[in-house]
Design a protein. Structure first.
Length: 133
């Protein structure tokens, strides 16, 4: 009986640990790009994307779609809109990043994606600050 309880507890722990690699999918707050022209903002975005290995797939007006492919296994696509002196980064889709839309519309994704976006946002902010000097 104690083996059965121990096995059940270990199985529950393993399932909990396996699920820890995902995090809620939250699009970051907009980046302030005040006092920059749209062309300067575009340059800052491009420099931030390229520095992190993202590729710009398409552009239209003040919007672009960018993607990243990590080790040929993990892919993500984002939309970047830059208007009204702000830069917004929004999730589009992904492959092999454990994306899930659960009950009530709650979205989760692999924690690596969240880290990639956090670092990308920081890099774009840094590029914007360089251009403001």
């Amino acid at each position: 009986m104690t083996r059965k309880i121990a096995f059940t507890m270990i199985a529950a722990l393993l399932l909990t640990v396996a699920g820890c690699r995902t995090t809620p999918l939250v699009n970051p707050s907009p980046i302030n790009a005040s006092n920059l022209t749209p062309a300067q903002t575009r340059t800052a975005i491009f420099d931030g994307l390229m520095g992190r290995g993202w590729i710009v797939d398409s552009e239209k007006g003040n919007s672009m779609v960018a993607s990243i492919n990590v080790r040929g296994k993990h892919e993500a696509r984002i939309a970047i809109d830059y208007a009204n002196e702000q830069v917004a980064i929004n999730y589009i889709d992904s492959h092999n990043l454990k994306y899930n839309k659960g009950w009530g519309g709650k979205e989760t994704i692999h924690s690596n994606y969240a880290n990639w976006i956090k670092l990308l946002k920081q890099d774009i902010q840094m590029e914007i600050q360089k251009l403001k000097r």
